[in-house]
Design a protein around this ligand. Sequence first.
Ligand SMILES: CC(C)(COP(=O)(O)OP(=O)(O)OC[C@H]1O[C@@H](n2cnc3c(N)ncnc32)[C@H](O)[C@@H]1OP(=O)(O)O)[C@@H](O)C(=O)NCCC(=O)NCCS
Length: 172
Amino acid sequence: MGVKQAIVETGRLTLVPLKRRYADDVVALFADPTISAHLGADLSDPDLARTMVDYRLAYEGPPELGHWVMVRENQVVGLAHLRPSKELPGDLPEIGWYLDTRFGGSGLATEAARALLRHGLDELGLDSVWALVHVDNTPSLRLAERLGFLMVGRGFHYDGPHSVHVALPGHA
Ligand SMILES: CC(C)(COP(=O)(O)OP(=O)(O)OC[C@H]1O[C@@H](n2cnc3c(N)ncnc32)[C@H](O)[C@@H]1OP(=O)(O)O)[C@@H](O)C(=O)NCCC(=O)NCCS
């Protein structure tokens, strides 16, 4: 097990642990309301976005897990997390991904999420990684499928109907 959150390199991106200095970049990332369309709150409201960032910055779980910004050529283009779930029982590790809408359809979110998934399963030795995706969030469902996540059920999470996905070592 690692003792601190790693920097994760992918072909086109660097995943950098979220720090206060990225707060404005993350708020700007959510300025386009479509990025929060399935999140249950309109984070294009900068006050709400800042509250969301503060919540992430207050993370106090295992130090090797947490929140990362996706950086490409010194620009924050996305956000991701891999941290104990508050929606699923037993502190199961839950992954999430958010990409600047201007970069959509380029494979960057898949690249980042795949690297974080591999980091979790291969480097950190997690027994499973879980993803909760709103049932209407087609791009995110497709991403989970591309990464080899198995859809194992449905539940009411984050104030809405979500499908529940899992990736297991050796099977994703
Ligand atoms: C979910 C989200 C990250 C997916 O973004 P995306 O742009 O579809 O994902 P990618 O950047 O990986 O791009 C994949 C698309 O580009 C295409 N693509 C182009 N080049 C590619 C490459 N080199 N590698 C993989 N896919 C590539 C894929 O075919 C795919 O398109 P398709 O789904 O129509 O087949 C994005 O919609 C988002 O941020 N949504 C808002 C936040 C959110 O809802 N997060 C999920 C919470 S569970």
